[in-house]
Write a protein that binds this ligand. Structure first.
Ligand SMILES: [Zn+2]
Length: 290
């Protein structure tokens, strides 16, 4: 069962990699960008990040919200504020906010997922959630560096850098970023939006990511960088029916390993964009040591 994704890939593609990654293609999802609505479209993105994580994941969220907020030089596209809320593995979304959760979601084939609900009328994100699947990361081996041979290639075991990489990567999607590179067999760029078999080499948001965010949102004026006032103004709530359709859809897609990156149109004037970070090398569920 742990290699169900690999089986799927082998069956469905001459090159197992190409079933879910494009050949090196810088902004392959450019046409499907999901953006937050900002007050003026310039001046950076000011966003509330809701922390519904448990204590184990919280330090990684704090670390990477800081790193994404830092930008580089004078390019500071994000002004983020973490709101601590109740731990919520179900990750019920909050309008106009990015909510971050973890839980044991079972053998889903993904270790991290970002799900954004987009309004068809203006193409902006209504709400977005990130979930981390503890099924694959419950027993993280904190040995700093280990590698395993799987088939013809090497990959990294379940160490702490998997958690950091996954956090950094999913937050990037949460802000609207696509991948910078989707070939995990090529050279690592150092950025967490680059697919890799060796997460400890890609642990940072990179300049290309910040440049991209700058193109999308502009830069936050210096005086506002520590004073979040201009939040994403999205308060139009969904009907109960629409929420039920959303919940059913994301449950189906999140449990279907054949659908990794996808868009699903809903009947209610919205669509869902889903990014999954697959489990592959070294991400087998570890045996519990009791
Ligand atoms: Zn991704």
């Amino acid at each position: 069962m742990i290699f169900s994704l690999l089986n799927y890939l082998t069956k469905n593609s001459e090159n197992p990699v190409s079933a879910f990654v494009h050949p090196s293609d810088e902004y392959s999802l450019q046409k499907q960008l999901n953006l937050w609505k900002t007050p003026t479209g310039v001046g950076g993105l000011e966003l509330i990040v809701e922390n519904a994580l448990d204590q184990r994941w919280t330090p990684y969220l704090e670390e990477y919200v800081t790193r994404w907020s830092d930008g580089y030089d004078s390019i500071v596209p994000l002004s983020l504020q973490i709101d601590r809320i109740e731990i919520d593995p179900t990750c019920k979304p909050s309008l106009g906010k990015l909510k971050v959760c973890n839980g044991n979601y079972g053998d889903t084939g993904w270790r991290g997922i970002n799900i954004a609900l987009i309004d068809d009328t203006d193409q902006f994100i209504r709400h977005s959630v990130i979930q981390f699947n503890d099924y694959y990361t419950n027993e993280v081996d904190l040995t700093p560096w280990k590698a395993i041979k799987y088939g013809d290639f090497w990959g990294q075991l379940n160490d702490e850098s998997q958690l950091k990489y996954t956090m950094c990567h999913e937050l990037g999607h949460g802000f609207g970023l696509p991948h910078t590179d989707e070939n995990m067999w090529n050279r690592n760029t150092g950025e967490c939006m680059d697919f890799t078999r060796f997460p400890r080499r890609n642990l940072s948001p990179g300049r290309r990511n910040f440049d991209r965010l700058y193109q999308l949102y502009g830069s936050v004026p210096l005086k506002r960088q520590t004073n979040l006032r201009h939040r994403v103004p999205y308060h139009r709530s969904l009907s109960q029916e629409a929420m039920a359709e959303y919940e059913k859809t994301i449950q189906n897609v999140s449990e279907d390993p054949s659908r990794m990156e996808c868009r699903v149109d809903l009947a209610n004037g919205n669509h869902v964009m889903i990014h999954k970070l697959p489990t592959l090398v070294g991400m087998a569920p570890l045996k519990r040591r009791r």
